[in-house]
Design a protein around this ligand. Structure first.
Ligand code: BJW
Ligand code: ZN
Length: 260
């Protein structure tokens, strides 16, 4: 850990409004592979091959095969101590702490529901910048569909089709070169600009516009805390860089009494 956990806790303790920005690293200890780095999803494949509208136009079967595999992987994963601790914090600080995620794995949502018990999960639900792995969307008319079941990727003819216009369905995620939902990104940007502290967890900080959000907090004179085992392009601009896995550091940062 290069920053002091104590000091980061103090900063958070004095903050009224807090925004969290999470990336693939928060789900690493749940068994969801990250995109880049050791064991990353894209080590053997170039991103442009699969996560672009062009790739889908060129070979929808191949793209679906990759997403069907990922749905299978993620479906067998559960939120880890990092997701759960964050969900409890968001419930406790309802309205004053907001979660923004780049992840499409749905694990924050599961944690929000789990930690709400019989209560309302809403305060801990994330703004999902890059969509969801578990929704389909029509590649032509844009209608969103609940997946009917596992995707049959044996041939293009067996891929799922839109019930409204008959065109191919695609995963409801944001690919390179596609705009983020303006409502979702606008809400995330407002939260980041209005936050006293932005906690950035498990992202390489390479993908924009998500990577610009901590800078919006800084531009408004807020502070940034980073949790990541590795340095990132953001590290030199943060107040505290906490080096280590999110599942260990988030509970220690957010719930010191519970983890003492
Ligand atoms: C741990 C850990 C542990 C490990 N604990 N940590 C400005 C500058 C340059 C380029 C651009 C720019 N603005 C836009 C662009 C272009 C492009 C972009 O950013 N390119 C860069 C790569 C150069 N951006 C876009 O195209 C975006 N769209 C856009 O800008 O539209 C403009 C537009 C306007 C109007 C009309 C048309 C267009 C869209 C970006 C969409 C990104 N989509 C993906 C795929 C989603 C679907 C899917 O999952 O398949 O989103 S790409 C992929 O990267 C995914 C992730 O959400 C995203 C970020 O990755 P993340 O989360 O940071 O993961 P990793 O793997 O990179 O990092 C993991 C980290 O965890 C590491 O740091 C580890 O150390 C750490 N870690 N274990 C804590 N245990
Ligand atoms: Zn359609």
């Amino acid at each position: 850990m290069t920053g002091s956990l104590e000091e980061a806790r103090r900063l958070l303790g004095h903050a009224r409004r807090v925004v969290f920005l999470t990336g693939a690293g928060i789900s690493a200890e749940s068994g969801v592979p990250t995109f880049r780095g050791p064991g990353g999803l894209w080590n053997s494949r170039r991103a442009e091959e699969l996560a672009t509208p062009d790739a889908f136009r060129r070979d929808p079967r191949l793209v679906w095969e990759w997403y069907a595999w990922r749905r299978g992987v993620v479906a067998s994963c559960a939120p880890n101590a990092g997701h759960l601790s964050l969900a409890r914090f968001l419930h406790a600080r309802r309205g004053e702490a907001i979660l923004v995620t780049q992840n499409v794995d749905g694990l924050h949502r599961v944690a929000a529901i789990q930690e709400a018990g019989e209560g309302d999960p809403a305060p801990a639900l994330p703004l999902e910048l890059h969509g969801s792995l578990f929704r389909d969307r029509c590649s032509e008319c844009g209608v969103v569909h609940e997946p009917a079941g596992p995707v049959d990727t044996r041939a293009e003819a067996t891929l799922p089709r839109c019930g409204v216009c008959g065109s191919l369905l695609r995963p409801d995620v944001v690919w390179f070169g596609e705009p983020l939902d303006p409502g979702v990104f606008g809400a995330a940007h407002r939260a980041a600009s209005g936050a006293d502290v932005c906690v950035v967890v498990g992202t390489s900080g390479l993908v924009h516009p998500a990577a610009s959000l901590p800078m919006a907090t800084r531009a408004a004179r807020g502070s940034v805390i980073e949790i990541n085992p590795e340095e990132t392009p953001l590290t030199r601009r943060v107040a505290h860089a906490l080096r280590g896995p999110a599942a260990e550091l988030l509970p220690r940062l957010l719930e010191p009494d519970r983890t003492a």
